[in-house]
Design a protein around this ligand. Sequence first.
Ligand code: C2E
Ligand code: CA
Ligand code: CA
Length: 616
Amino acid sequence: MEAKVISLRSGCQVTTEQAGQLLALQREILEQVALNVDYREILDALCKAAEQIVPNSVASIMIFDETGESLTVLAAPSIPLEAVALLNGLIPSERAGSCGTAVYYNEAQYVVNTRVDDRWSDLQAFAHDFSINACWSNPVKIEKDKAIGSFALSSFEERAPSIFYKQLLETCAHIVGILLIKNKKEESLWKLAHYDTLTGLVNRNLLKQKLSAAIGEASSQKYHLAVLVLDLDGFKDVNDWQGYEVGDKVLQQVAKNIEGILDGSYVFSRLGSDEFVILVGGSGESLSVQLLIGKILALFKKKVHVADCEFTLSVSIGVSLFPEDGLSASDLLRNADTAMHAAKKAGRACSRFYNEGLTNFVKYKMDLITGMRIALVRGDFVLHYQPQYCQKTNKLAGVEALVRWQHPEKGLIPPNDFIPLAEESGFIQELGLWLFAEACRQCKAWWDGGIPEFSLAINLSVKQLDADNIKKLQAILLTMKFPIYNLELEVTESLIMHQESLTALHQLEALGIRISMDDFGTGYSSLAQLKHLPISKLKIDRSFVKDLSEDENDRIIAKTIIAMGHSLGLIVVAEGVETVEQQAFLVQEGCDLIQGYLLSRPLTVEQFSVLFQTPS
Ligand code: C2E
Ligand code: CA
Ligand code: CA
């Protein structure tokens, strides 16, 4: 039976079956548009639908990239990625294949045999490698304008398109054009709804969304957030005296300056007028917030240059913290705003935390950091040395250097009261260098004075494990001619989390320095992970030693650590040994070295010298 022929609106004659295929394709795409499917997915679906209608073909959509000179592949779900990579960057010309020529001439191109057609002369290798023997391409236009891209069907056989196939290509190219316009409009609408037009910063709307998302993440990961509301002081004067145009430029410049001191981990937003918000995610730790505030206030000490004028501005900052000051985006914003007003009241150009108690805490920490810096200059830090004894020979095997702060008023401050803050603030780098040099100097003096050599263990914080610091440590050892084989560095398991620390560890090993894993059992690492680390010693954490006599679990843990440590060829040390029972158990299990109050407390230099002085 002869197929019934009907005329389409374009004038093209197709069979009813073919018209049905076109309709089905259009309906499928329309449905996806209505369902708000991502436009790239819709373009993929369009390609696939066309491929179904034309057997033995692959569809592709190309559009101009941002240079406006070359084409890039937007969709080609059935074309191998390496082929797509070769097509990207195609510059339209009279020899640039069917798509390149369709865009170049702004007209459909039907290449029946790619091997002989001049229009494919620049793409012969491509045609050969991917067996493209025919290729028909229709320009994609927005309205009746010049082509912005192309829709193409490439065939693995030489062939000319039927009238119906030409119609199909045209329909597909038309749909692509519509989708691109729609997407562009949506994109600019979205931008308009979420970004500040003056500064390009996130606006209030998007800030609230981002803040809510950050709150969700922070609550599940149990970390803090900080919201800083910044309000320029006296900005109204700029507007009043210089006009809004200059005022706008000043705001843009200020936004740019602040952006310059933020890294990608912050959300920076303009709420409107001269009010900005910074969302500090990640840790939102109060000290890093304080440091950021310091940087912002310092930034405003410099003049802002706009249109050959200089402006002296200042800023008042209010801070609220999650979860302390609120659990929702609006609470946090409101409370930061309240704090900002408190800063204005306090005389502007300063910051206030919503919760003053926390401010005091932050201030206390800042004072402590300053105190530590002064102490280092004044020489108020001292080292004590705690002996480690060999379980078999009962002889001194080594010492662990432990730092203390000899405060002129507060007396001797233990390291747990200041090391964490020194680490958090980065001061540990400086302090660490000093105590490293001091411990090496002291031990060298003892040995040079006749005390038999022993090994010296120095604690190293993760923050000290970087290439730069290691170079400095190496320089100290060289200058002092320190016998490296006596040196041991104690590190904790947290280093496993940082690639840079792991690299540093290997550098230390390469220098011939031994590494000992401190506080083992309290952190994240497993014995299996230890196998891959360049360590030679394990220190069983004090918490397991403490209850050895009462707690069967601790006994099993200690026993396992010793046995497995040995099987990995490591020396095992027990620290915090206070009783004879603990020692007896550890000795029985074969623990190599014992450290603890039972045998000796950490000793001052004088105490150590008296105890170990060899009689002359
Ligand atoms: P740590 O490295 O685990 O040091 C062992 C701690 O256990 C020392 O406390 C030591 O005095 C204490 N200890 C030793 N034997 C016993 C015992 O039998 N019973 C009890 N209850 N405690 C014992 P210290 O000196 O207060 O040091 C505390 C922590 O401070 C150290 O723990 C270490 O993490 C850090 N630290 C000390 N000095 C330095 C240093 O120079 N640099 C760095 N980065 N951290 C240090
Ligand atoms: Ca230690
Ligand atoms: Ca320890």
